[in-house]
Ligand binder design. Structure first.
Ligand SMILES: Nc1ncnc2c1ncn2[C@@H]1O[C@H](COP(=O)(O)OP(=O)(O)OP(=O)(O)O)[C@@H](O)[C@H]1O
Length: 333
């Protein structure tokens, strides 16, 4: 049996919110929000509705702060990616994109802290596309995700942006995106990693650490490391210790840029302090916190699908411990 809940949420935030500088490393764009629905399910990413941004909504965005995404990214992100971005329907930036992109383009490490569905994925993907060079045969960006589902969704968005724009005859090589996710990593992925490295890798912590330990994958060529949904990693001591190891080895790489993304950062001051103290990030790491103020326009529909299944009792414990989140359908017993 399956139940489908559809909620309209959060597409294009056109209102600038209060700026409150709470610490030198923390920008808090907070204004208490009237969030439409509080969704506490494990993050299944929302799907962009095919309806493009309407002219009214575009007009609504024309205030002092109404740079388009193209204008924000111009000079940083290659033209063919900008075209794909627009073809997909990303025209106006969300608040987190508006606030974080200039910071990210200036090479600073960043903690992107904004609620689910605020557009953090596109924010860090645009940074990645601004840095990587598809002509180089090396992994230049790594995105670490907590679950396989999330990894598949991030990979899909990255591939959409990396694809050839419509009606173009691009001659040069395009970025390639490889998903190295728990439970789906094939032997041929490993050989491909060595023989013809992809530009961007999306990986779960387990798979990535395995490859690093076996010396199949090295962080040396990685220019940007993104840890998505970092708060989910905090739930497991095993994940935390892998994360610390990963960040420690990345800290010795030249030209590194580290981005954390999350809808919630418990004890964010402490986390910021640790980032600097442990050299997980550069010392000028910035915490960009955005919270919505308004109910949102209706051009975007988030769909969350809940599958109601009978779960054998021994799995409920795993589920609570966040270990069985990859189970989509279970055979009932
Ligand atoms: N500038 C934009 N214009 C229109 N739609 C956008 C824009 N940026 C993101 N979206 C859409 O909004 C939805 C949510 O975006 P996204 O998944 O990046 O949010 P998120 O903050 O990463 O969420 P999560 O906390 O689940 O990681 C997606 O469907 C995405 O396609």
């Amino acid at each position: 049996m399956a139940a489908i809940a559809i909620s309209a949420a959060h597409p294009i935030l056109v209102t600038r919110v209060n700026h409150k500088l709470s610490s030198p490393n923390s920008i808090d764009f907070t204004n208490r929000a009237f969030l439409p629905v509080s969704i506490s399910l494990k993050p299944l990413r929302a799907v962009l509705s095919s309806s493009a941004v309407s002219t009214e909504e575009l007009a609504a965005g024309t205030g002092n702060n109404s740079l388009t995404l193209r204008e924000l990214c111009q000079g940083h992100v290659p033209e063919h990616v900008l075209r794909r971005m627009e073809e997909t329907g990303y025209v106006l930036p969300t608040d987190i994109q508006r606030e974080a992109l200039p910071v990210l383009f200036s090479s600073r490490d960043c903690i992107l802290h904004a609620q689910t569905g605020s557009g953090k994925t596109l924010t860090y993907l645009l940074l990645i596309f601004s840095l990587v060079n598809a002509q180089r045969s090396a992994v230049q960006a790594v995105i670490v995700v907590p679950t396989r589902e999330l990894g598949m969704q991030v990979t899909k968005v990255a591939r959409v942006l990396a694809a050839k724009p419509l009606d173009t005859d691009l001659e040069h090589k395009l970025c390639t995106v490889m998903a190295l996710l728990d439970g789906g990593m094939l032997r041929r992925h490993k050989s491909w990693l060595k023989a013809e490295p992809p530009t961007i890798v999306v990986a779960t912590m387990g798979s990535l650490c395995q490859l690093i330990e076996k010396h199949i994958f090295k962080l040396e060529s990685v220019q940007v490391l993104v840890i998505d949904e970092v708060d989910f990693l905090f739930n497991s001591s095993k994940q935390v210790s892998s994360l610390k190891k990963l960040l420690a080895s990345y800290s010795s790489c030249n030209n590194r840029q580290t981005v954390f993304a999350s809808a919630s950062i418990p004890q964010h001051r402490r986390f910021l302090h640790d980032c600097i103290q442990q050299k997980w990030t550069k010392s000028d790491v910035l915490h960009v916190h955005v919270n919505a103020i308004k109910p949102l326009p209706s051009c975007l529909h988030h769909r969350f699908v809940t599958q109601m299944v009978l779960i054998p009792f021994y799995l409920t414990d795993m589920w609570e411990k966040n270990e069985a989140s990859n189970i989509a359908i279970l055979n009932t017993v």
